[in-house]
Structures are given as C-alpha cells and as structure tokens.
Design a protein around this ligand. Structure first.
Ligand code: ADP
Ligand code: MG
Length: 269
C-alpha cells in the first residue's frame, strides 16, 4: 500500500496522527519516524502556491480591499521576502498563506495540499510537523526555560531531544549558556534567537517569518537576520519573510513588493 508521508501509523505506543496524501503525489513516502527527514523529499516541489488571492475587511459601512488577485509561488528551499509599507497587507497575506486566515477568493496550496480540502485537525497537524513560525513579538512560552521552549515543537512531533541538528542550532545561535534559564529574564536579542531555534528545531519544510527582527535595534537586527537566514538555508527549508525593511529583505534570494493590494516581483534594493 502506498502510504502518504504523514501516514506513519503507531509510534511510541500512541497513535501517530495521519494526514491524507497531498494531491501532488509523493514518490517514496516514509513509513517510520526514523524517516522523518527523508519524508521531506516526498513532499511537493512547490512549498506554496497562491492563485488570485483576494481579501477585504469590512468596517461598518466601509470596505477595505487589502489583497487583490495575488499570485505567488515558492519552491523548495527558496527564500522570498515580501516587502511593503505598514498596512499594505503583508501580515494578512502571510496568515492566508499559512492557513491561519481564509481568503475571500483564490486558491492556497500549501506543501501540495489545497487548503480547503483539509480538516482543521489536518491543517494543525500540517503546521505542527512541517511549518515553522517566527514573529515580531517573540511569543515564547513563559514559565519554561530555553531548552523547553526550543524543543517544544519537536516534542509535539515525537522527535527526540538529542539530535545533531539541534546541536547545530544551539551552537549557531549561541544558546548553550542560556539553555537552562527561564526565558522571561532574557534580552530581546536572546529571546528572538530562542524563537528562531524553536521555529527551526523540527526542520520544517517552510518557515514563515513576520517582521522577525522588528523589535530589535539595527545592528542586532542585521546579526539576527543573517543568522536566521543562514540556518534556514542550512536546514533546507523554504522561507517566506515579511518585512517593511529593505535591508532585511535583501537577505532573501527573491523579493516581492506588496503595493495597493498587488504583488510585484522586485530586485534587491
Ligand atoms: P501589514 O502587515 O503590511 O502592516 P496588515 O496585513 O496587518 O498590514 O493589514 C493590512 C490592512 O488591513 C491594514 O489597514 C489593517 O488595519 C487592516 N486589517 C488587518 N487585519 C484586520 C482585521 N482583522 N479587521 C479589519 N481590518 C484589518
Ligand atoms: Mg504586519
């Protein structure tokens, strides 16, 4: 029987939840947790496809058209920065792309899955296993130390704490000395390094980042963004980065500008 990459059956004595096969077919799907990373290659070559996405918000009498017929494609391992001034709809587009918000019109295909075809449960599984998120507000879990924050999503995915990739993250993001410390006592720069480690620890296929250095001062922003993008590349993940900042956008391989609801491909500034 051809298993989908998500159909890994019974793991660690508990029923490991299943995802249906993506309608972009997989050629050699994994059949055990050990093949978790091999499963990456069974996914669709396009990580994200948006077709004719439109979204407007209604505020009493008035209607605000935020996105108007957006098309976007993001390939495996590719990084794309979505630029635009504040209020241009960047966060709205990212939320729609990640299935956190529904478009009024258009099609979202995430890792080969057409989103409306997935149940809420399947969509949360897809996010938990295959996506990583970094936000401007670091959104760390208070009351937990650095280790438990970083390993949080790995543990949800039944992945072991000890792993060479986790060791790479600890080293790259200089977290070893902070490992046992509660996150709430740490600086903004430290907290964002932890948020990055948490987003990448389970080696997601696709990482969404919304103004990930927006709360840091300029020099620190550059350092953290350089680290972030280099680790995303090392992990082989694709990246959709949202930023109002041209300098930060230049860290990505491709750039688009969101303006008046339309998306224009742009060259590095
Ligand atoms: P950006 O991330 O580029 O700053 P957003 O996507 O957050 O822009 O917002 C785009 C526009 O949509 C803004 O004018 C914002 O006020 C409006 N908007 C965003 N979310 C909502 C919402 N839930 N209800 C009403 N208006 C919204
Ligand atoms: Mg925003």
């Amino acid at each position: 029987m051809a298993l989908s990459y998500g159909s890994v059956g019974n793991v660690s004595g508990g029923l490991y939840p299943k995802l249906p096969s993506p309608d972009c077919p997989s050629d050699s799907p994994p059949d055990s947790r050990q093949q978790y990373n091999a499963g990456r290659h069974a996914l669709a070559p396009l990580m994200l496809v948006l077709k004719s996405i439109s979204k407007s918000y209604h505020d009493g009498e008035s209607e605000l058209q935020v996105l108007h017929g957006i098309d976007l494609r993001l390939g495996r391992g590719e990084s794309l920065a979505l630029r635009g001034v504040s209020g241009s709809g960047k966060s709205t587009l990212l939320q729609i792309a990640a299935g956190l918000e529904a478009p009024d019109q258009g099609e979202v295909r995430l890792l080969g899955y057409l989103l409306p075809a997935l149940s809420d449960r399947e969509l949360s599984l897809l996010r938990r296993r295959h996506l990583g998120f970094v936000f401007q507000q670091f959104n760390l879990l208070p009351g937990l130390n650095v280790r438990d924050n970083v390993l949080f999503q790995r543990r949800l995915n039944h992945l072991p704490d000890a792993d060479p990739w986790v060791a790479d993250l600890i080293q790259g993001l200089e977290l070893a000395d902070l490992w046992q410390r509660p996150v709430e006592v740490l600086s903004g720069g430290q907290q964002q390094r932890i948020a990055i480690a948490r987003a990448l620890a389970h080696r997601p296929e696709l990482v969404f980042a919304d103004e990930p250095t927006g709360n840091l001062h300029d020099t620190l922003s550059r350092q953290v963004m350089a680290l972030f993008v280099s680790l995303v590349e090392k992990s082989g993940s694709a990246l959709l980065l949202v930023t109002h900042n041209r300098e930060m956008a230049n860290f990505a391989q491709r750039q688009c500008v969101l303006e008046a609801g339309q998306l224009l491909e742009s060259r590095p500034a």
